[in-house]
Design a protein around this ligand. Structure first.
Ligand code: 6PG
Length: 249
């Protein structure tokens, strides 16, 4: 694992830097394999990044879009991560509809939809049962409580290690989510975290010891390149012996 912890002065700088990193990772994938697979996170933080990506002139026909988690709502619902990404980015670029792979949320059975997405991923990556897809880039956010994707504290989803996709639970509401095992197989994982409200959880995430069930983002320890991109406000209380990985801009 190559780990980088980079602190940017403010959200504008964070967006500019996250765009640079995403473009670099997409370029690397396209040069290596002629195609790129990027997994989107939801929430509000990545919206500015998605808007910036919509202005880029990229070979969209070679880029495939997936989601790392999704609220169990229709794609037209204001809570939908898919809707946010389409409005901010995907509806603004000439990307083939078949390159966009949203999580299904329409059957009324979250477990069945989780299995459906898993099947779609197996077919796309040409892998069999028991194997995990390897994505070029997984984007992640982190909640105030230290969750990431829809891996929420003290939920059953945290312990699922034999599935690609599972059903997360936020306050009794189902969500589809990548398992930590799937995220950790990625070639590159990029956390983008901003705001003072994330400070307490980040302190625990970077602490030498803390309970992973309480702070699920600690479960993310990818085999590939691991990037934490933070704004100064969120990072203010991080004490870590990872100094050699710190890039303070
Ligand atoms: C979601 C996300 C979730 C998000 C964090 C941070 O579906 O909400 O995938 O994991 O990244 O909750 O959200 P903000 O960026 O809005 O703080």
């Amino acid at each position: 694992m190559q780990k980088f912890i980079e602190i940017q002065e403010n959200k504008t700088a964070l967006t500019e830097r996250s765009l640079e990193i995403v473009l670099t990772k997409l370029q690397t994938a396209l040069e290596s394999r002629g195609t790129a697979s990027i997994v989107l996170s939801g929430g509000s933080t990545p919206k500015a990044l998605y808007e910036a990506l919509s202005t880029q002139n990229l070979p969209w026909e070679k880029i495939h879009i997936f989601w790392g988690d999704e609220r169990y709502v229709p794609p037209t619902h204001s809570d939908s991560n898919q809707l946010m990404a389409r409005k901010a980015w995907l509806d603004r670029v000439n990307i083939p509809a078949s390159n966009i792979h949203p999580m299904p949320t329409a059957s009324g059975d979250p477990s069945a939809d989780a299995r459906q997405y898993e099947t779609e991923l197996r077919e796309f990556f040409q892998i069999s049962e028991g194997e995990f897809p390897v994505f070029d880039l997984v984007l992640l956010g982190m909640g105030d409580d230290g969750h990431t994707a829809s891996l929420f504290p003290h939920t059953d989803a945290l312990t699922v290690s034999d599935r690609v996709i599972t059903v997360g639970n936020k306050d009794g509401q189902p969500r589809l989510t990548f398992t930590a095992a799937t995220i950790n197989k990625a070639r590159c994982v990029l956390f983008i975290v901003a705001g003072e409200n994330k400070r307490p959880a980040l302190k625990e995430i970077f602490a030498p010891q803390a309970d992973e069930r309480m702070y699920p983002a600690r479960l993310i320890q990818p085999l590939g390149v691991f990037w934490w991109l933070l704004d100064r406000s969120a990072a203010a209380e991080i004490e870590t012996n990872d100094r050699e990985h710190f890039i303070s801009c």
